[in-house]
Every structure is written in C-alpha cells, then in structure tokens.
Write a protein that binds this ligand. Sequence first.
Ligand SMILES: [Zn+2]
Ligand SMILES: [Zn+2]
Ligand SMILES: [Zn+2]
Length: 136
Amino acid sequence: MNEKEEYKLNTRGIRPTAMRILVLKYLTNLRHTTSLLDLETHFITSDRSTLFRTLKTFEEKGIIHKIDDGTGVIKYGLCTETCDCSLKEQHFHFYCEKCTETFCLNHVKIPFLELPKNFILKQSNLVLKGVCSNCN
Ligand SMILES: [Zn+2]
Ligand SMILES: [Zn+2]
Ligand SMILES: [Zn+2]
C-alpha cells in the first residue's frame, strides 16, 4: 500500500520510516504547498522537531523544495519525479489571496533571463498572486 512512497524515498536515498512515508503521502495528496505549521496541524501527535527534520531531509534529498512566497512563512512544494532542483527546474509559484495557499506551477517554468554581465542567477522567487481554481 505504501509501495509508491517507499520507492520514491529509496530512489532518493532516504530510509523509508513510517513517519516519512506518512508525510510524503500527505504531500502527494495535497494540491498546494505545505508549511511546518500545516504539518503540525495535520500530524497532531508528532512533535515539531520530528516534522522539521523530516522536511529538512526531504529538502536535502530533492523530494521537496523551499518557497519564499512573501508571506513570511516558509512553504515547501513537492518536486516532480525527475526534479534535480537545478535552475532549469525552477518554476513560478501562485499565491491565492482567498485561501492563502501557495501552489507550485511546475509547468510554468521561469524563462531564460538575460542578466547584466557577470551577474549570476542562483535562485528566483517568482510568485504570482491571484485567485486559485478552488476559490474562483
Ligand atoms: Zn526539486
Ligand atoms: Zn484559493
Ligand atoms: Zn514549486
């Protein structure tokens, strides 16, 4: 029943513990991104540091990526199967002003930007704002 999650964790070099499987499952079923607070509310019996460590491990191994959507709360989005978290994987995010959730627009990639000479792009936090399809 947990085969998909176990496989995904294994291929990313993460030992599939019960907690990690549960968190991954939760993230997979979620349409929007998550935050530590969101996980704490959902996994009420787990302690904060365990959840935080799970997020950290997932981030380090490329299961999720961190998003700064300008709300002051760090959000985490699920990476696609083939994501290597490189620049070419960077995509726009969408913040819904109604439900205050942030979504990964995995298919809306950040276009190639011509930067001034000797400027090196490392990361981009491009967040679109509006109303999502659930709220519209
Ligand atoms: Zn990624
Ligand atoms: Zn919404
Ligand atoms: Zn994303």
